[in-house]
Design a protein around this ligand. Structure first.
Ligand SMILES: Nc1nc2c(ncn2[C@@H]2O[C@H](COP(=O)(O)OP(=O)(O)OP(=O)(O)O)[C@@H](O)[C@H]2O)c(=O)[nH]1
Length: 390
């Protein structure tokens, strides 16, 4: 079925549907981890380079060395983050956890550094402005977490300056305004970036739908077969020793519908038949492919011959029961014929191809048509079965 356009929650700048958001994050994980690594190494360089300011402010005192130790700890944490990312490079939760941990610990240590250098409050406030923007924009993270960490750091710094009373009222007001500006700019920039990325992903999904789906029925088109969907299922069935069935179904005497009711009515019948197929198969497990004009291929992973035949029977009865309501009160009913072929769980060493399996189902469909139509024929796949019709 053609999936509805995913909704983007504009405040959180994420997809409203968690499953789509996960898919989006997974799609970008390689680039996201690479960017995060660069940001962490930047953080290491930044923290260590600014140790020079501790020494100029505090001299070679014990406090200066303690602060240097704190800076080294943050740098080591960031390096540890890079190592974890190397080990779990495909994990979205790990990337988010690393980003949040380094940001939160880095900002907490920054507060300690500032506490011991009250004379440098103005410079530190300027640094914090830049760091806040970096948290929003330069460190890949969820916008909601980046916002929380940036706001909490800004509030903690403001509270500290109030407690230490290191700035006069004018400077204090300017500092708070600049912090608000940094947060606003960072949030707006990051939100625009997050939204633009998701809009691009949504467009790519829509294009993929257009490329992979048949517009009349919403079923997959044959391009999906060419991309190897059946080969992948055969490989999976062989590896795990499970069954795999394919069903070819063809609407009976479909030409007569076109001839007597018109092509538009024929299209409507096809669309209704496809709705039935999509509704009666397992969502996101089975694949329904429009194989030809009025011919459909069902790929049913982990389905034995009996199960596939039962499903085909259910669809056959439902199709004959339902029919299609046409304009001017006309109603047409169609029947369909089904051919089923199955690779059983004991055929792990079977060497056939996807085309062989489809040919076997086609042979069964041919038997169903020969047997009077409106019926199901099926058998376990044997390589010789393909030749049986010839
Ligand atoms: N309306 C419509 N008709 C289509 C479409 N694609 C194929 N057809 C028609 O489907 C008909 C298939 O006819 P046949 O191959 O003779 O098969 P049939 O009439 O179903 O006969 P059996 O399969 O032997 O039961 C042809 O008339 C095609 O023009 C489509 O997208 N829309």
């Amino acid at each position: 079925m053609i999936a509805p356009t995913p909704v983007i929650d504009s405040q959180r700048a994420e997809f409203a549907d968690a499953a789509v958001e996960t898919r989006f994050n997974q799609h970008h994980i390689v680039r996201r981890v690479a960017q995060l690594n660069v940001s962490l190494l930047f953080c290491v360089a930044f923290y260590l380079a600014f140790a020079a300011t501790d020494l100029t402010t505090l001299g070679t005192t014990t406090t200066a060395f303690l602060l240097l130790t704190a800076r080294v700890m943050v740098a080591l944490l960031a390096v540890a983050g890079c190592i974890v990312l190397r080990q779990r490079r495909d994990s979205v939760p790990t990337a988010i956890a690393v980003a949040c941990t380094v940001e939160a610990v880095g900002m907490a240590v920054f507060m300690v550094l500032c506490w011991f250098q009250p004379d440098a409050t103005a410079w530190n406030a300027l640094s914090l402005d830049l760091m806040v923007v970096a948290i929003y924009i330069n460190v890949p993270n969820r916008l909601v977490y980046a916002t929380l960490i940036a706001l909490a750091s800004s509030a903690a710094f403001t509270a500290m300056v109030l407690v230490q009373q290191t700035l006069g009222t004018d400077d204090m007001v300017a500092m708070v305004l600049l912090l608000m500006l940094a947060n606003a700019l960072g949030y707006i920039g990051a939100r625009r970036y997050h939204l633009a990325q998701r809009e691009a992903f949504r467009s790519a999904l829509a294009l993929q739908q257009l490329a992979d789906r048949d517009p009349l029925t919403g079923c997959f088109n044959r391009r999906v077969l060419q991309k190897g969907v059946l080969e992948a299922e055969i490989t999976r069935a062989r590896r795990y020793g499970t069954s795999l069935s394919v069903v070819l179904c063809d609407i009976d005497h479909f030409k007569r519908i076109n001839d007597s009711h018109g092509h538009g009515a024929g299209d409507q019948v096809l669309a209704d038949f496809a709705v039935l197929l999509l509704a009666m198969t397992r969502d996101a497990v089975d694949s329904v492919i429009r194989y030809g004009g009025e011919e459909f291929l069902l790929i049913l992973p982990e389905t034995e011959l009996d199960g596939a035949i039962k499903l085909a029977e259910r669809i056959r009865l439902a199709a004959a029961d339902t029919g299609t309501q046409l304009e001017r009160g006309r109603h047409v009913t169609v029947t369909a014929s089904f051919g089923v072929a199955t690779i059983g769980p004991g055929q792990m060493h079977w060497q056939g191809t996807a085309a062989d399996l489809i040919d076997a189902a086609d042979t069964q469909l041919y038997r169903a048509k020969e047997g009077g139509r409106n019926c199901v024929r099926g058998m376990p796949f044997r390589p010789s079965a393909v030749q049986a019709r010839a």
